[in-house]
Structure formats: structure tokens, C-alpha cells
Design a protein around this ligand. Structure first.
Ligand code: PEP
Ligand code: MN
Length: 345
């Protein structure tokens, strides 16, 4: 429920609304806007008698948020959420942020070569997993803590920001010490204790859509993070299971437009896991930018044949370079640009 205050509502009137909501056992979240303040009532508001609230002085109207997710919805916050990053860029504004790198951190040589290649082609964020959620327990599980140290080294060497995955509660704190953006993988999208803990952090969270999750379920998972106080959630479309095995997953391009309609949160696209084949990645990256994606998450490896995970979908550096030129052209057509460090947002 949203309580919209009158334009001339006084701080005392706002405080009375907050106090009444609190006395009803709910959390009140005042959100000062350009025109007027709105007070969000956080929680399951089905049993709230709104007439007591609408009778208070200074209250203009009560809006019932019809969606199961509340704070994530456009009804709650009509303007897009822009998430600032430490390098001066932002996700969710005019710029499209490109995050690129190998699936996993494998060695110092590999991660530095990958970082330098994606940096040279214009990416601003390095992606790579130190902790890897693999479908088989016998597959490479990542370098763990050593992987995080190598990511820090790559950041020092190149200036790229780091996005890397936290798989569980135990590892979250460790990952948060290194990551500029914390990735929650598709397999963890419904790990609610993990999501709640992400909500207590003050770092952007990249939340990937589950392997068979609906868009509503993705948005409800994001709600877990927001409900704990962290509003900096970046959603990620990475393809879902389908009957057709031609591609690794069915890359749901429409999800980008759907999410932009339903939510104020930014959404980025991962055409690598979305297709599973490197030759399809550039086309889907272009399509995602055309569809309005706020960023791209792309796997690039200096030597894909030797990759310890996801080699078949990892771009060669020269393919990535070409892709960057193409997505820049697409971005321009729709009035956007690819984020570069130091550029205006
Ligand atoms: C990844 O980004 O390498 C990854 C494991 O992705 P997902 O969680 O989407 O499978
Ligand atoms: Mn991968």
C-alpha cells in the first residue's frame, strides 16, 4: 500500500502517518519525491483498514499495489532506478553497461589476459566466477578465495569493476569484500535466506532469472532483497528451459520489455547462457540492446578451447571486439550509448 501525501503536507503530518502505520504493526517507508512524499507500507497489507489512514490530515490518496511484489513494481516507483557504480557509471540510466569475461577465474594468466582484452574492447566490468555452481559435482568448482584475490589483481591492473557470484550464506561476506556487484546465479534465485542477506548489504546485486522461473517469480525474488533494505537490484535474463535443445536455453528477449513495464529495476541480458553457442551470442547481444537491456553480461575467454567451464559459449576476444562495435551502433539508434569510464550518464 502506498500513502500519497499532499504536496503541502508538513513533516509533522508525515510523521503522524508513519506513527499510525507503525502502531498497526507495519513498517512505514517515507519516500520523498520531487512533487510530494509517498509513504510505503511494507508487508502484507490485506487486512489494513485504509480509511483510518486516509482520514489523517495531509494524506492525498491511498494506492493499493495490485502486484504480489510491491517495492519492485512500477506502481510503487514509476521512475526507473539508476544504480550508481564506483567508476562513475550507472546501470539503469541512458548508458548500457557491458560486463564481460570468462565463466570462471582459472589462473592469474587467464584472468589478466581476459581482463585486458575486454577492457581494450570497451567493457567496464569484469565478470568471472570464483565460486561456481556446476550441475555436476565432478566439474570444476572454481578457485574460491584464490579466485577472488585474482579478481582483485585484475581490478588493480585494469581498473575494471568486478561482478562475481556468491553461492551461499557462508561465502557471501567474503565475496562482498571483493565484488563491486554481487551475482546471484540462476540456481540460487530462490535461495531466500541468501536473498535476505543480500538485502542487508550495501552493494548492487545482480539477480539472474532461475532456470525455470517465471518473470513474476524473478520479481518476487528481487522483492526479498528490497524488503530487507537494499534497493540496488539489477535483474538478469539468461534464458530458461524449453523443449527445444537447439540452444542451451530459450533466451527470453521479451522478458526485457515485460520487466521494464512491470518494474522500475534495471535488467541486463546474458546472451551467453541464453544461447550456449558463441556464434549466436553477438546477434542476441545486439537484439537485447535493441530491446532495451540496461546492460550485457557476456562470456569472453582468451582461449575458449582450453576453458574449464562454458568454453563453447565464450567469445574469442576479436569476436567480442566486433560485438562491442555493433552494440554501440544499436545503442545509438535508440538514444543510448555504451558506458565508458568517466563518461557522463
Ligand atoms: C555464470 O554466469 O557463469 C552462471 C553460472 O550463470 P547462471 O547462474 O545464469 O547459470
Ligand atoms: Mn558460465
Amino acid at each position: 500500500m502506498l500513502i500519497v501525501m499532499k504536496q503541502d503536507a508538513t513533516p509533522d503530518e508525515i510523521a503522524s502517518v508513519v506513527a499510525l502505520v507503525a502502531s498497526m504493526g507495519y513498517e512505514a517507508r517515507p519516500m520523498p519525491g520531487r512533487q510530494r512524499t509517498t509513504v510505503g507500507l511494507v508487508g502484507n497489507d490485506g487486512r489494513v483498514d485504509s480509511s483510518t489512514i486516509s482520514g489523517l490530515s495531509g494524506v492525498a490518496e491511498i494506492i493499493h499495489v495490485s502486484k504480489p511484489y510491491k517495492q519492485v513494481s512500477r506502481e510503487w516507483k514509476p521512475e526507473p532506478t539508476r544504480i550508481p557504480l564506483p567508476d562513475g557509471t550507472a546501470i539503469g540510466g541512458r548508458e548500457v553497461v557491458v560486463m564481460a569475461g570468462p565463466c570462471s577465474v582459472e589462473s592469474e594468466e587467464q584472468i589478466l589476459a581476459a581482463a585486458r582484452a575486454v577492457r581494450a574492447a570497451g567493457a567496464t566490468v569484469l565478470r568471472a566466477g570464483a565460486f561456481k555452481p556446476r550441475s555436476s559435482p565432478y566439474s570444476f568448482q572454481g578457485l574460491g578465495k584464490r579466485g577472488l584475490e585474482l579478481l582483485e589483481l585484475a581490478r588493480r591492473e585494469t581498473g575494471l569493476l568486478i561482478v562475481t557470484e556468491a553461492m551461499d550464506l557462508e561465502g557471501l561476506e567474503l565475496v562482498a569484500e571483493t565484488a563491486d556487484i554481487i551475482q546471484i546465479g540462476a540456481r540460487s534465485m530462490q535461495n531466500y535466506p541468501l536473498l535476505k542477506e543480500c538485502g542487508r548489504l550495501r552493494k548492487p546485486i545482480l539477480l539472474k532469472r532461475g532456470l525455470a522461473a517465471t518473470i513474476t517469480e524473478l520479481l518476487l525474488s528481487a522483492e526479498y532483497v528490497l524488503s530487507e533494505g537494499n534497493g540496488d537490484v539489477i535483474l538478469c535474463e539468461r534464458g530458461i528451459r524449453s523443449f527445444d535443445t537447439t540452444t542451451r536455453n530459450l533466451f527470453d528477449l521479451a522478458a526485457i520489455a515485460v520487466v521494464h513495464g512491470l518494474s522500475h529495476l534495471p535488467i541486463v541480458a546474458d546472451p551467453s547462457h541464453g544461447t550456449g553457442h558463441r556464434d549466436m551470442v553477438p546477434a542476441m547481444a545486439r537484439a537485447a540492446v535493441a530491446a532495451g537491456a540496461d546492460g550485457l553480461l557476456v562470456e569472453v575467454h582468451p582461449n575458449p578451447e582450453r576453458a574449464m567451464s562454458d568454453g563453447a559459449q565464450s567469445l574469442y576476444p576479436d569476436q567480442f571486439e566486433k560485438m562491442m562495435r555493433e552494440v554501440a551502433a544499436i545503442a545509438e539508434v535508440i538514444g543510448r550509448s555504451i558506458a565508458t569510464v568517466g563518461s557522463p550518464v
